[in-house]
Design a protein around this ligand. Structure first.
Ligand code: B12
Length: 176
């Protein structure tokens, strides 16, 4: 990403705005996403606060059929920074896998991310699978297309629009 485009980044242009306006295309998005992930690897240890006691255990993942993972990883990192133990199931996660991991880790909270209007429909399947398995874990959802209204509609325990409010919501849910 050189010349004119790099200068636009330096001026603070937003990646998603550039994609939505048709200025950046998928290959550039993949390059940017990879750079973001590498940056997060450096930032994550700095965000973690070693002297904090465990606030709870969370299983995080992106919904079945969805490979977007930047927002999910930021939320996971911020939860770790706030003292949660996080098991990241990565992307394209089957509802049954959320249940399995929640059982294995005795998780009190499951975080599901979805960025596509198609895959967000699968979030309800996670909630049903959790209920079907008789787990007490609460389910929190998020991702660009997800709204509080949608969360309410599918019976999710919580929703947050960004990582800082996801941390607040997670704390609230594990307490309740
Ligand atoms: C980067 C990107 C990609 C990258 C993903 C790389 C990666 N490793 O993640 C690549 C290029 C691979 C990609 C692929 C595709 N993408 Co895409 N992508 C984006 C883009 C530009 C940015 C997403 C992003 O990372 N945002 C930055 C992060 C930080 O924000 P976020 O994810 O929203 O997360 C924040 C909050 O939502 C919240 N949050 C997120 N997860 C969670 C979870 C919980 C529990 C909580 C509480 C909160 C929370 O906190 C986060 C931090 O603040 C969006 C545009 C957009 N407006 O979002 C399109 C977008 C999501 N993509 C889109 C599409 C259509 C696709 C493709 C289908 C394209 C194609 N034809 O192949 C494929 C899908 C592949 C698949 N099966 O998943 C559409 C979706 C449209 C729709 N309504 O369904 C969008 C909206 C673009 C558009 N306007 O058309 N994409």
């Amino acid at each position: 990403m050189k010349g004119r485009r790099l200068k636009k980044f330096e001026r603070g242009a937003h990646l998603k705005d550039k994609h939505e306006s048709g200025e950046f295309f998928l290959p550039e998005m993949v390059i940017a996403a990879t750079a973001m992930k590498e940056g997060l690897k450096v930032l994550s240890p700095l965000l973690l606060q070693s002297d904090i006691k465990t606030a709870g255990t969370v299983v995080m993942g992106t919904a079945k059929g969805d490979i977007h993972d930047i927002g999910k990883s930021i939320v996971g990192t911020m939860l770790e920074g706030a003292g949660f133990m996080v098991t990241d199931l990565e992307v394209d996660v089957d509802p049954g896998k959320f249940v399995e991991a929640a059982k294995e880790n005795n998780a009190g909270l499951i975080g599901v991310s979805a960025l596509l209007t198609t895959t967000m429909m699968g979030m309800e399947d996670v909630i049903k699978a959790v209920e079907g398995a008789g787990l007490k874990a609460r389910v929190m959802i998020g991702g660009a297309s997800v709204t509080q209204e949608f969360a309410h509609k599918i019976g999710a325990d919580g929703y947050a629009p960004d990582a800082p409010s996801a941390v607040d919501k997670a704390k609230e849910l594990v307490k309740s």
